[in-house]
Every structure is written in structure tokens, then in C-alpha cells.
Write a protein that binds this ligand. Structure first.
Ligand SMILES: [Zn+2]
Length: 206
């Protein structure tokens, strides 16, 4: 990441950051870079190539249930840097400034980062496939994880913190199932049980 430009505080500016009114805005991801990273397999944080079977996704715990990510993966070093140093990921209670955010996804130079789930998961996998999101965009469906670690406020998250983060997001996933038949609800419950089985034991070690 040594090649990245620095922000006002002297921290490296991630590669994905979009420019808003000519100035990099770390709250906004560049939509074109997202497509570029998905197409070329470069790292979301530093912009350099990643071995495809060593990709590490930084996802919210909910994505452990449905195994999809909107964000491309990173190098392990870059992903760990993000969960330790990115104010948004490492300080979940920090109030994000919402002023001057570009309006809609289509109008702006990128898309605003979604609500902070409190816990971040580093999900290493041997690959992913591009799938339609049903709204004209694409998501990445992740292959089975080869390694997982769970982070909160720059440290290892506890099992309780991970569980409460997953459970707070479950109603959202269920609401997407409102018009689903019983089979889809069953699939969701199975996926939830599968995700919970991957969590670290009590005490927090992943
Ligand atoms: Zn990187």
C-alpha cells in the first residue's frame, strides 16, 4: 500500500475511494473501480493484482449467511489494514458524516458505504462468481471460506458480538423472502445454521 496517496491525516487513501468535487471522499466508493476490480481481479484496497485463490473479502456478518459481497476482495495484508485502520470499520459507533454525500448511485461518482454492521469478517476463499443482483448490477457469490477471522473496533470480535450482528440483520434477509415460498425460507434457515457453525467458540478466538 506504500504507493497509495495519503489523506489529510497522513493515512493511505484506499484505491477504491471516489473523488467528490475533485477531492477524494473516503465515504464513497468509485463505481467504475468496482467494475474494474471485479473484471481484472485487482485488490480493492491497493489496486494491485491478487492471486485469485488467496482473495480476502471484508464482509459484514450477514454476508456469511448469504455468501454474497458487493465489494471486490483484497490482499490479506490490505484487508487487515482496513479493519484496523479504517475509521468506518474500526469505530462502529463513530457517527458518519452524512453531509455532502452524492445523491443517488446513478448520479454520483460511486456509491455510499452501507450501514456499519459493527463486526467485520475477513473471508478468505479460493474464488467467487459474478451473479446478477436483480436490479441491473452484479454481486459476487463467494466460494466456501478457507479461513475466517472476525473483527470489531480493530480487535478480534467475540462470538456474542458476531451473533448479535447477524441477528440484527436477519429481519432484512427475511423481508427479502416475503414473497418467497416456504422452500426459500427453509434455505435461509439452513444458510443461517451453516453460518453459525463457522463462528469461533466462546472466548472469541477464530
Ligand atoms: Zn492490496
Amino acid at each position: 500500500m506504500a504507493h497509495l496517496p495519503l489523506d489529510d491525516r497522513g493515512y493511505p487513501l484506499p484505491w477504491f475511494v471516489a473523488k467528490v468535487n475533485g477531492k477524494p471522499d473516503p465515504r464513497v466508493m468509485d463505481a467504475r473501480k468496482r467494475i474494474l476490480a471485479i473484471a481484472t481481479g485487482c485488490c480493492w484496497v491497493c489496486g494491485r493484482g491478487i492471486a485469485p485463490d488467496r482473495a480476502v473479502f471484508v464482509i459484514g456478518p450477514m454476508c456469511l449467511v448469504n455468501r454474497v459481497s458487493a465489494e471486490p476482495p483484497s490482499h490479506r495484508e490490505c484487508a487487515e489494514y482496513s479493519v484496523r485502520a479504517c475509521p468506518f470499520l474500526s469505530r462502529p459507533h463513530a457517527k458518519r458524516r452524512e453531509n455532502d454525500l452524492p445523491g443517488t448511485l446513478a448520479d454520483g461518482p460511486g456509491f455510499a458505504i452501507a450501514r456499519n454492521p459493527g463486526v467485520s469478517v475477513l473471508y478468505e476463499t479460493t474464488g467467487s462468481e459474478v451473479v446478477p443482483d436483480g436490479r441491473g448490477d452484479v454481486l459476487l457469490r463467494l466460494f466456501a471460506p478457507t479461513s475466517l477471522s472476525f473483527w470489531r473496533e480493530g480487535r478480534t470480535a467475540t462470538r456474542e458480538e458476531i451473533l448479535s450482528s447477524i441477528e440484527s440483520g436477519l429481519p432484512l434477509l427475511e423481508s427479502q423472502c416475503d414473497d418467497c415460498d416456504g422452500n426459500r425460507i427453509e434455505d435461509l434457515r439452513r444458510a443461517y445454521a451453516q453460518a453459525v457453525a463457522l463462528l469461533p467458540a466462546e472466548g472469541g478466538a477464530a
